[in-house]
Design a protein around this ligand. Structure first.
Ligand SMILES: Nc1ncnc2c1ncn2[C@@H]1O[C@H](COP(=O)(O)OP(=O)(O)O)[C@@H](O)[C@H]1O
Ligand SMILES: [Mg+2]
Length: 323
């Protein structure tokens, strides 16, 4: 995979964070996460998906992050979780802050989990997809159980997985599918209890007026969640509310509970209940409200920065998300 650094430099210097697709260097959006935007260049010799991370103050920070990013790739692959081909590059932006571009071979957006579940596939096939995802994820926690000094975290949401060889014109999901894991730009692992990725970097995309509060109240909990198989699983299932498929949730809970007891009893995971999955998403300051508040605060911050203070706003924000 060959990153075109000149193109990235031109893009960075003419970036339009308010209207991503109206910058001088044309891009096409491939997907939005809650935090970041993934895009490709319209004119490119190779299909590459980029994620722009404008969150670093020093070279030391960015080199540490790249090292972690590369090692995370190795750890995942070693545990049977395949990842698309990756690379990265960084540059200084006009205000001297450092921007990292994480590059990945572009995957057909139609083959990504959150698209697949809305295609013409049966409920059985959706359940099979989740079961295969659970099997991949369990490898991480079996590794954590064996490991002395490394603990690995992962974000299992279906929008982070692609099905290899998936054909949207003839969609089929079986237990034999191969998966690719996409969400690697946030390396989640700890060596001797030290986070590979500096936790405060997670907060860089949050409005400055919220950062201290988020750091004090939520940071440990939010990052810690990805190291707990049970919580990661609750998150995967609760996401079906956001995907407007809440009717599947009771059966999904049964599926993962059976999975825990039949396939990985050694992990001793306490079965999930519907009540807690529901509370996790719909409860007071549950996942839905937290993200709504977070995105609204970011839009407000953008308004303050650009309109009132005449500054540049450095992040792409998602549009309205149906939850
Ligand atoms: N290599 C890729 N090819 C195509 N689309 C991608 C690729 N990587 C990510 N995406 C899209 O962008 C979305 C967000 O990417 P992800 O890495 O999961 O970021 P986040 O950390 O914000 O969740 C994904 O859900 C997917 O739709
Ligand atoms: Mg993601």
């Amino acid at each position: 995979m060959k990153i075109d650094i000149n193109q990235i430099r031109d893009f960075e210097h003419s970036i339009n964070t308010l209207y991503p697709e109206r910058g001088e260097v044309p891009i096409q959006i491939l997907g939005y996460g809650e935090i970041s935007l993934v895009f490709e260049f319209v004119h490119s010799s190779e299909p590459i998906a980029y994620k722009r991370l404008p969150i670093f103050d020093t070279e030391e920070q960015v080199t540490r992050h790249i090292k972690a990013y590369d090692l995370y790739h190795k750890i995942l692959t070693k545990n049977g979780i395949n990842v698309p081909l990756e690379d990265s590059c960084w540059l200084k932006s006009e205000d001297d802050s450092i921007v990292l571009y994480c590059a990945q071979k572009k995957i057909d957006p139609q083959s990504i989990g959150n698209a697949i579940i809305h295609h013409q596939i049966s409920q059985e096939e959706i359940f099979t997809l989740i079961k295969v995802i659970m099997r991949r994820l369990s490898k991480i926690w079996l590794y954590n159980q064996r490991s002395r000094n490394i603990q690995v975290g992962i974000d299992g949401q279906i929008s982070n997985w692609a099905v290899v060889g998936y054909d949207p014109a003839n969609p089929r999901i079986s237990e034999a599918i191969e998966l690719l894991y996409l969400d690697t730009s946030t390396p989640l692992f700890r060596i001797n209890s030290i986070d590979a990725m500096e936790p405060v970097l997670f907060l860089k995309s949050a409005p400055s007026f919220l950062r201290w509060l988020l750091e004090a109240l939520f940071l440990e909990e939010v990052v810690g969640r990805y190291y707990d198989f049970r919580l990661v699983t609750i998150d995967i299932i609760a996401n079906f509310y956001k995907e407007q498929k809440a009717e599947l949730i009771p059966q999904l809970i049964k599926l993962v509970n059976d999975f825990f007891s039949d396939e990985v009893p050694e992990l001793e995971i306490v079965p999930l209940s519907f009540k807690e999955v529901d509370a996790y998403y719909n409860g007071f300051l549950g996942d839905r409200q937290i993200w709504v508040i977070f995105q609204a605060a970011r839009r407000m911050d953008r308004y303050l920065q650009t309109r009132m203070l005449g500054r540049k706003y450095n992040f792409y924000l998602p549009g309205k998300i149906k939850r």
